[in-house]
Design a binder for this molecule. Structure first.
Ligand code: SF4
Ligand code: SF4
Length: 94
């Protein structure tokens, strides 16, 4: 993770990106403390997600008590693994 933060791409996007609902966000900064990728920034008192840095890990989502954060699909970032489907296929093959 340290190498990734220092500019060496070591981790892949989940295929999602975090979005903030500005009408709910109270700019408390809690989500920024939990983001390991420094993707949360505050510009003129408004919270923004840097889509280039956000890997869609989802860690910040449950930390927001105002329910201002959601994960949205970003089709430019590849196809996410559908674990439920993969597990079902694996069970059928047994
Ligand atoms: S935790 Fe929620 S309310 Fe606080 S800055 Fe982040 S998005 Fe806004
Ligand atoms: S989804 Fe992950 S990478 Fe994106 S802003 Fe939230 S904690 Fe940071």
């Amino acid at each position: 993770m340290q190498a990734h933060r220092n500019g060496t791409p070591m981790l892949a996007s989940s295929g999602y990106v975090a979005k903030v609902d500005q009408t709910r966000c109270v700019v408390c900064g809690t989500c920024a403390k939990y983001c390991q990728f420094e993707a949360v920034t505050f510009i003129n008192g408004v919270k923004e997600i840097d889509a280039e840095k956000c890997l869609g890990c989802g860690v910040c989502i449950p930390k927001c008590t105002k329910k201002a954060l959601t994960l949205e699909r970003d089709t430019s970032r590849g196809i996410p693994l559908e674990l439920d489907e993969l597990m079902a296929e694996a069970e059928e093959g047994l």
